[in-house]
Design a protein around this ligand. Structure first.
Ligand code: C2O
Ligand code: CU
Length: 539
């Protein structure tokens, strides 16, 4: 048995059942699971599993290993973290054998970062993965050809205002045995960010294998709101998977062995923080739930029983102006929601947290009396709406579906352009633009821009067929404003089928090359991603 070298050097405070249970998997075991060979294993029906037998695991909090000089400022020291990226095996349910996964720091979701606005930090992301991939690579996708090493990765911190060299450009991947140290200045407002793999052409497989984790930024103003915190603040990471009855990951493949890529992957098995049907024990008081949809392609429409009051207090890029009472929560891949739920009226009750398609977990409210000094403040922070007149430029960009032929996979594009075509979006640093995202397809595409945060202006249906055949844009409806719980800062926006969604984007932070893309990972890996470049003013 071969144990990876860098696995034991770092120290994490381990709060987590999943982290504790995670073991190091010998390399040979991790890659006996090959895409094609897996089809013989019958699919796991999650309804065959006992429900609510595992407690909801919480990710361990990352601990720095000392400090290092800040890039370009040798006098300034920053906390330094080292995160090994490696194969593990983790029990996804009490009654399943451990599942081989890939992990950041020993669990899936990975080790969780907690930091403050303006407190920069350094992370060395150490690729200690085995040399062979265990999910079916489509070598015909751009950037995924056979001349590349099979296992490669690069980490992107989603929602971060990070310098371009630390942003995890998809082509900046590196292989097992190598590492990269990235600098996150955290010069941004409090929010729940998440980090995940972004390697060109195999992001969907690497994230499916488990390469994702949370990253929270806080500040004093947020603390003064006295929202539920400590053990009363619970991260909820949702993703779905296909599993075999042996508990191992299945990633579906198309019928064409030359093009195994699938346009959409929706698993039968729902996981919450890496467990199937977990339970969460709560006290009868207020809780803050920080929800991330980390699925490849699934959108969730979640709800609690009608008599349980839920307020959404924040979105992708932090707090809303004021809490919004919600009955359902819609999250497309990569979107986040910050919720406050008061369990005080529900002592002794078991509450199901569900999605339209799935039961996700059970919340068990204890019968005890507790005191609760946390608050749900009537206002949270100012989020001034950006005036449209602030925009110096409006870009009309299309989300397109292309038919490549009868047998080949159909793909999706942005602006009818492929990844390797010249950069067309070059906003000027310090300026604001409106992007009109015109979805010519029937599907929802969650569109994400790296580096920036933005506001949603409105959505408006149009005649996509007429646009494609004549080039004229004819609207079919009046513009509708964003939902009340989308009125904050966003970094990912749902662009509904045959709809123009307008966003207003201040390009702040850094000049350099970034990407924007659909966060349906199957789409992203097959050309629904484009580079863009923020150019320095006057440059
Ligand atoms: Cu969640 Cu390009 O990222
Ligand atoms: Cu898409």
């Amino acid at each position: 048995m071969e144990i990876h070298s860098l696995t034991t050097r770092r120290k994490f405070i381990c709060q987590s059942a999943i982290a504790a249970a995670a073991a190091i998997v010998p390399r040979a075991f991790a890659h006996t699971v090959r895409g094609q060979g897996r089809s013989a294993i019958p699919t796991l029906d999650p309804n065959s599993l006992a429900r609510f037998v595992d407690p909801l695991p919480l990710p361990a909090i990352a601990q720095p290993q000392g400090d290092r000089a800040a890039p370009g400022k040798p006098g300034e020291r920053l906390p330094f973290y080292r995160v090994p990226i490696r194969a593990i095996a983790s029990k996804l349910h009490r009654d399943l054998p451990a599942t081989p996964l890939w992990s950041y720091g020993g669990s899936v979701p990975g080790v969780m970062f907690e930091t403050q606005s303006d407190q920069g930090l350094l992370v060395e992301w150490v690729n200690d993965l085995p040399p062979k991939h265990f999910l079916p690579i489509d070598y015909s996708l751009h950037g995924a050809g056979r001349s590349n090493p099979e296992v490669r990765g690069v980490v992107h911190l989603h929602g971060a205002k990070a310098p371009p060299e630390s942003d995890g450009y998809p082509e900046d991947w590196y292989v097992p045995g190598q590492s990269r140290t990235y600098y996150y200045p955290n010069q941004q407002e409090p929010a729940l960010l998440w980090y995940h793999d972004h390697a060109m052409g195999i992001t969907r497989l690497n994230i499916y294998a488990g390469l994702l984790g949370l990253y929270v930024i806080r500040n004093q103003a947020e603390r003064e709101l006295q929202l539920p915190d400590g053990k009363y603040e619970v991260p909820i990471v949702l993703f779905d998977r296909h599993l075999g009855r042996d508990g191992q990951l299945n990633y579906p493949a198309s019928a064409d062995p030359e093009h195994p890529w699938m346009p959409e992957v929706l698993g039968e098995v729902p996981l919450v923080n890496g467990k199937i049907f977990p339970y969460l024990e709560v006290e009868p008081r207020k809780y803050r739930l920080r929800v991330l949809n980390a699925s490849n392609g699934r959108k969730y429409r979640m709800s609690l029983p009608a008599d349980v009051e839920v307020h959404q207090i924040g979105t992708d890029q932090g707090l809303l102006p004021a809490p919004v009472a919600i009955t359902h929560l819609l999250l497309a891949p990569a979107e986040r929601a910050d919720l406050v739920i008061d369990f005080a009226p529900h002592r002794g009750r078991r509450i199901l947290f569900s999605d339209d398609a799935f039961t996700l977990m059970e919340i068990r409210v204890s019968a005890s009396q507790v005191s609760d000094t946390s608050e749900l403040p009537p206002t949270l922070r100012p989020v001034p709406r950006i005036a449209e007149s602030a925009a110096v430029k409006t870009r009309f960009v299309t989300l397109d579906e292309v038919k490549k032929g009868v047998s080949a996979s159909n793909g999706m594009l942005l602006n009818k352009m492929h990844w390797d075509m010249p950069i067309t979006e070059k906003p000027v640093l310090g300026t604001t633009e409106i992007w009109e995202l015109a979805n010519l397809t029937d599907d929802v595409h969650p569109i994400h821009l790296h580096l920036v945060r933005f506001q949603i202006l409105d959505r408006r249906q149009f005649d996509a067929f007429q646009y494609m055949s004549t080039g004229t844009l004819r609207y079919r409806s009046a513009a509708t404003p964003p939902d009340a719980n989308e009125m904050g800062w966003k970094d990912t926006v749902r662009v509904n089928g045959q709809t123009v969604t307008r966003i207003i984007v201040p390009f702040e932070g850094y000049a350099g090359r970034y990407v924007w893309h659909c966060h349906n990972l199957e789409h992203e890996d097959n050309e629904m991603m484009r580079p863009y470049e923020v150019v320095a003013a006057g440059g």
